[in-house]
Design a protein around this ligand. Structure first.
Ligand SMILES: NC(=O)c1ccc[n+]([C@@H]2O[C@H](COP(=O)([O-])OP(=O)(O)OC[C@H]3O[C@@H](n4cnc5c(N)ncnc54)[C@H](OP(=O)(O)O)[C@@H]3O)[C@@H](O)[C@H]2O)c1
Length: 362
C-alpha cells in the first residue's frame, strides 16, 4: 500500500489533572471561517499553562489539549480571511482562544492548531519563532491592563517609523509629562507593559530585582527600582515627584497581595490617576481592598475590537520590524519536541526570573 502524503497531527494531551503529557496523534484541525491553521514551530509556557497541567482547571473534559502561546507557519486559512490579512506560508505568532471556544483543536500544545485571526500576528523574517513566541499572552494582558476603557485607558502605542498612528481620540500629546509605574517589570507581562507604555509616549518606571535591571533598560524603562528593597515605595515616589511627573496609572503585572499593597500606596501618594490595574484575571481572582481614594481593576483578554486590531494587526508587526518591540523577556529554550513540555511546565511551577520558558518543535 502506498504511504499517504497527508500530514498528521500530534499533540501533548492531558489525560487527567496532574498527569504528564501524553504525546500522541490528534485530529487534523480544520479552520473556521475566521480562523487559520498554524504548523507550530515553537511554544511558550505561562504560569497559567503550568497550573492547568497540575490542577486541571478550565478543562472541559479529558483528554484535553491546551497551551496559550505559539509560533509557526500558516498552512490553511478560513473562508473569510482576506489575503492582505493572513495567507498560507505567513510566519506568525499567535495566542490560543481554546479557553473561550472550549475546543481542544484550539489548544496550542500540538503541531497543527486552529487559531482565531484576532490574536494572530505576522512576524518579520528577522524574528525567530523561539523569540517571537515569548510575546502573545504578555502583550494581550499588558494591553488589557493599560489601554482598555475599564482599566487605565492610556493613550495607545504608535510606531512613527512605520507610520502606525493611534486612532482619533486614542492618543494624546504631552504624555511625556506623565508616568506609568509597572510593578514586576521583569515578568513576561511586565516586560511587554514597559514596551507598550514607552511606545505610547509615557515615562515609565518599573520594578525588578537588581539582576533584571538591564532587562528593563532594554525594554526602555526610564528608571527601575528593586522591589525587594524595603524602601522601594518611597524611593520610586521620590523619583517621580522630583521630576514633577503626573501618575498616569500603576500597572501591576505581578499582583500578589504584597505587591498590590505597595502599588496602592504609590497610587495614593503620587499626583494623578489613583488607579492600580492588576493582572488578576477578571471574574476569577478579585482584587484586594486598596487605600482610600485608590481604585483597582482586573484584566482578561481585550474586549474592545478596535484596540485588539490596533495592537495585534497594526502595531505589533510594525514594531517588531522597526525593533521598537523586542522579544522580551528572553526565551530560555529548555528542549525540543512536545515531549519537553513536562520539564518546561515543571520549571515554570518553580518560578522564573526575567525569562520565558520556550520549547522548540523543529
Ligand atoms: N489576567 C490574565 O489574563 C493574565 C494573563 C497572563 C498572566 N497573568 C498573571 O500575570 C502574572 C504575571 O505573569 P507572567 O507570565 O508575566 O509571570 P512571570 O514572567 O512568570 O513572572 C516572573 C517574574 O515575577 C517577578 N516577581 C516575582 N515576585 C515579585 C514581586 N513581589 N514584585 C515584583 N516582581 C515580582 C520576578 O521578578 P524578579 O526576578 O526581578 O524579582 C520574575 O521576573 C501572573 O500572576 C499571571 O498569572 C494574568
Amino acid at each position: 500500500m502506498a504511504a499517504s502524503n497527508q500530514p498528521t497531527n500530534t499533540a501533548a494531551w492531558l489525560d487527567e489533572a496532574g498527569a504528564s503529557f501524553s504525546i500522541r496523534e490528534a485530529p487534523m484541525p480544520e479552520p473556521g471561517p475566521d480562523e487559520v491553521i498554524i504548523k507550530t514551530a515553537a511554544l511558550a509556557v505561562n504560569p497559567v499553562d503550568a497550573a492547568r497541567q497540575a490542577l486541571g482547571f478550565l478543562i472541559q473534559s479529558y483528554p484535553w489539549i491546551f497551551g496559550c502561546d505559539g509560533a509557526g507557519v500558516i498552512t490553511a486559512v478560513g473562508s473569510d480571511i482576506r489575503e492582505n490579512d493572513l495567507k498560507v506560508g505567513d510566519r506568525v505568532i499567535a495566542l490560543s482562544d481554546e479557553w473561550s471556544v472550549h475546543k481542544p483543536s484550539h489548544g496550542m500544545y500540538q503541531r497543527y492548531v486552529a487559531v482565531s485571526t484576532k490574536y494572530t500576528c505576522k512576524i518579520p523574517d528577522a524574528v525567530s519563532f523561539e523569540d517571537g513566541v515569548v510575546l502573545p499572552l504578555g502583550i494581550l494582558t499588558a494591553t488589557s491592563m493599560m489601554f482598555e476603557k475599564d482599566n487605565l485607558e492610556l493613550s495607545w502605542p504608535v510606531d512613527e517609523e512605520k507610520g502606525v498612528t493611534a486612532p482619533m481620540g486614542k492618543g494624546k500629546p504631552g504624555t511625556e509629562k506623565e508616568v506609568v509605574v509597572i510593578w514586576g517589570g521583569s515578568s513576561s507581562v511586565g516586560a511587554c507593559a514597559v514596551q507598550l507604555a514607552k511606545a505610547a509616549g509615557y515615562k515609565v518606571v518599573g520594578t525588578a530585582r537588581k539582576v533584571n535591571f538591564g532587562l528593563l533598560e532594554e525594554c526602555g524603562a526610564d528608571a527601575t527600582f528593586d522591589h525587594t528593597d524595603e524602601d522601594v515605595v518611597d524611593k520610586l515616589c521620590k523619583w517621580v515627584e522630583e521630576r514633577g511627573l503626573k501618575l498616569a496609572g500603576v500597572a501591576a503585572a505581578i499582583s500578589s497581595d504584597d505587591a498590590l499593597s505597595k502599588c496602592g500606596l504609590i497610587a495614593q501618594r503620587l499626583d494623578g490617576m489613583k488607579w492600580v490595574s492588576t493582572s488578576r484575571a477578571k471574574g476569577i481572582s478579585p482584587v484586594p481592598e486598596m487605600p482610600e481614594g485608590v481604585q483597582a481593576s482586573n484584566a482578561l483578554g481585550i474586549e474592545e475590537p478596535e484596540l485588539q486590531e490596533h495592537i495585534f494587526k497594526k502595531w505589533m508587526s510594525a514594531a517588531l520590524e522597526s525593533r521598537q518591540l523586542k522579544c522580551k523577556p528572553n526565551a530560555n529554550i529548555v528542549g525540543t519536541g512536545l515531549g519537553s513540555l513536562d520539564e518546561a511546565c515543571a520549571l515554570m511551577r518553580k518560578g522564573v526570573s526575567g525569562q520565558k520558558i520556550v520549547v522548540k518543535l523543529e
